[in-house]
Design a protein around this ligand. Structure first.
Ligand SMILES: [Zn+2]
Length: 120
C-alpha cells in the first residue's frame, strides 16, 4: 500500500525579486505569509499501519523555518534571488537528507500562486 503524506508549514518573510523586469511590483521590497507543504511518499508498513510519523517531518522542518521566519530572504545563502521556484529547491536540498522519502515541496507565495518541486 503506497501513500503520500503532506505536512504544511508557515513562515513570514520579506523579499524582492531582482530578475523581474524594471518597474515590476516584485522588484520592490515586500513580504509574504509563505506556506509550504512537505510531501513524502512510500509504502505503509503493514505491521505498523503508517508510513512515517508526521512529527518526524516537523522535526526536520523546524530548524529550517527558524532560518526563514521574519528574515529578508535575499540575505540568506542560496536565496539571493528568492523566487518560489528557487525557494522550493532550497527547501528540498535542506530537507531531503533528513527525509529520504521526500517526493515534493510545494511553496505557496500567495493563496493562489504555488510552485511544486520534485527534485528534477
Ligand atoms: Zn513576492
Amino acid at each position: 500500500m503506497r501513500v503520500k503524506l503532506s505536512k504544511t508549514f508557515h513562515f513570514e518573510a520579506a523579499h524582492d525579486l531582482p530578475t523581474f523586469p524594471d518597474g515590476h511590483k516584485c522588484r520592490r521590497l515586500h513580504g509574504h505569509s509563505f506556506r509550504f507543504d512537505v510531501v513524502v511518499k512510500g509504502d505503509v508498513d503493514p505491521k505498523k499501519g503508517y508510513l512515517i510519523d508526521y512529527g518526524d517531518i516537523k522535526k526536520a522542518a523546524e530548524p529550517i523555518i527558524k532560518q526563514l521566519d521574519h528574515y529578508y530572504l535575499n540575505e540568506i545563502e542560496g536565496l539571493n534571488n528568492p523566487t518560489s521556484e528557487i525557494l522550493a529547491k532550497w527547501l528540498w536540498d535542506k530537507l531531503k537528507p533528513a527525509l529520504p522519502l521526500l517526493t515534493t515541496i510545494t511553496v505557496y507565495e500567495t493563496c493562489t500562486s504555488r510552485c511544486d518541486y520534485s527534485g528534477e
